[in-house]
Design a protein around this ligand. Structure first.
Ligand code: MN
Length: 144
C-alpha cells in the first residue's frame, strides 16, 4: 500500500539503489541504513511497517541488529525480512533463528521483489486487524 514505511538496511550500494528504486516506484516511503547502528537508530526513530535486513554488514551485522530489534518492546512487532545471498543457504536458518520473520534471496529479482514486499506488508496488516484474543500475537512471536 502506498505510504507504508520501509526501512532498507543494505551496505552494498548497488543492491540498495535497486531496492530503493523498486520500493519508491510502488509508493512506499523508504528509509535507508548502511550500518547496524544506523539501522537500529532509524528503526527506533521511525517504527517502520517493515524492515528489509541485509545480514552481512560490517561490524554489527544483520543478525545482531535483528536480535536487538526483537528484544526491544518498541520494535519487536516490526516484521524483519532478511535479504540473503542465494548461494548462502545456511544464512536463512540463521536468519530465522535470529528472529527474522522471513527472507528474500539476492540477487534481487526486479519482478518478484515488489510482490514479495507487498505480501509481507499485507500479512502484517492482517495481523494488526485480528481481534485481540490475547493468543494470536504470542503465537506469532513465540516460534522463531
Ligand atoms: Mn552486505
Amino acid at each position: 500500500m502506498a505510504g507504508e514505511r520501509i526501512l532498507l538496511v543494505e551496505d552494498n550500494s548497488q543492491n540498495r539503489r535497486l531496492a530503493q528504486f523498486l520500493l519508491t516506484a510502488q509508493g512506499y516511503v523508504v528509509y535507508e541504513a548502511t550500518t547496524g547502528p544506523e539501522a537500529l537508530e532509524l528503526a527506533r526513530a521511525h517504527l517502520p511497517d517493515l524492515i528489509l535486513m541485509d545480514l552481512r554488514l560490517p561490524g554489527l551485522d544483520g543478525y545482531a541488529v535483528t536480535r536487538a530489534l526483537k528484544d526491544d518492546e518498541r520494535t519487536k512487532q516490526i516484521p524483519v525480512i532478511a535479504l540473503t545471498a542465494f548461494a548462502m543457504e545456511g544464512d536463512r536458518e540463521k536468519a530465522l533463528e535470529a528472529g527474522c520473520d522471513d527472507y528474500i534471496t539476492k540477487p534481487i529479482d526486479t519482478r518478484s521483489f515488489p510482490a514479495a514486499v507487498h505480501r509481507f506488508l499485507r500479512r502484517r496488516r492482517a495481523e494488526r486487524v485480528e481481534p485481540g484474543d490475547g493468543n494470536s500475537h504470542e503465537d506469532l512471536s513465540g516460534g522463531r
